[in-house]
Design a protein around this ligand. Structure first.
Ligand SMILES: Nc1ncnc2c1ncn2[C@@H]1O[C@H](COP(=O)(O)OP(=O)(O)OP(=O)(O)O)[C@@H](O)[C@H]1O
Ligand SMILES: [Mg+2]
Length: 264
């Protein structure tokens, strides 16, 4: 099983949209997919029709009530299951602070069970707090969704530094898998410049022992597409909401690249 953390501490860059729809695309390709909503905003859960104000087994119960993680997965489609976030998760970060091995709680819960998935995707919150660290501590690779904006690279540098620390201190197998450009506008001159800078930065690390020395900038650019913004309010991934949209096309292409990067 490949455990992939979709992470960027910057808010609103397309982490959840990418987790939801790359997950759905992998499931359509016949892969068995689990997803964990690590964000108290619960947007991934909502996007799969799991209302965070309703009571059901959630990530909170797994982290703080010792619920076996297999009992917190809810089936949301063929080959597709979600451990949802709920309103309690906002408190989990504070409650975890006094827990021994607080960074490794999710890893412990995951390693206690054999999960029936090819891919486990984690939707991280826009912060480098304990929930994100728990996600990184149990992942094989980080996938970084980002917009091709001026200053975006400074944020990525901070993110990479966090990955390096987690890699050194608690998860030596953690790597940066790649960067996905989201809400992409091919017309913007800046887009090409940001991609060039990213590729230069990653290429300079090739052969060095850094967690991002094998990272790739995925060839698939996720275009700006209003259908992607609309589908969460219908509780559906893009393939149910509008399978002919650019959003559906792009996330299918991204899933093919993910399968190539992380073969099963
Ligand atoms: N390709 C796209 N085209 C148009 N709208 C998009 C696209 N990707 C994401 N959006 C919209 O942009 C907003 C932010 O996206 P999303 O919630 O996926 O980002 P996020 O990084 O998970 O945010 P947060 O940091 O709050 O968790 C949402 O309203 C989403 O619907
Ligand atoms: Mg999000």
């Amino acid at each position: 099983m490949h455990t992939l953390a979709f992470m960027n501490q910057k808010g609103g860059v397309g982490k959840t949209t990418t987790t939801v729809n790359a997950g759905a695309a992998l499931a359509l390709a016949g892969k068995r997919v689990g997803m964990i909503d690590l964000d108290p905003q619960a947007h991934l859960s909502i996007n799969y029709g799991l209302d965070p104000s309703e009571k059901r087994a959630s990530l909170y119960d797994v982290l703080l009530n010792d619920l076996p993680i297999t009992e917190a997965f809810h089936n949301v489609g063929t080959n597709l299951s979600v451990v949802p976030a709920d309103i309690d998760l906002a408190g989990a970060e504070i409650e975890l602070v006094s827990t021994l091995g607080r960074e490794l709680v999710l890893r412990k819960r995951l390693s206690a069970q054999t999960l029936p998935f090819d891919y486990l995707l984690l939707d991280c919150p826009p912060a480098l707090g304990l929930l994100t660290i728990n996600g990184l501590a149990c992942s094989n690779a980080v996938i970084v969704p980002m917009q091709a904006h001026f200053l975006a690279l400074q944020g990525v540098a901070k993110l990479l530094e966090t990955v390096r620390l987690v890699n050194q201190r608690m998860n030596p197998s953690l790597k940066v898998g790649g960067i996905v450009l989201t809400m992409f506008d091919a017309q913007a001159k800046l887009s090409a410049e940001v991609i060039h800078e990213l590729e230069t930065f990653i290429n300079a690390s090739r052969g060095k022992s850094l967690p991002w020395s094998e990272a790739r900038v995925f060839n698939t650019r996720i275009r700006r597409n209003i259908k992607l913004a609309e589908c969460p309010s219908f509780g559906q991934p893009i393939f149910d909401y509008d399978p002919d949209s650019n959003g559906a096309t792009d996330y299918k292409k991204l899933a093919a690249e993910l399968i190539d990067a992380f073969p099963t």
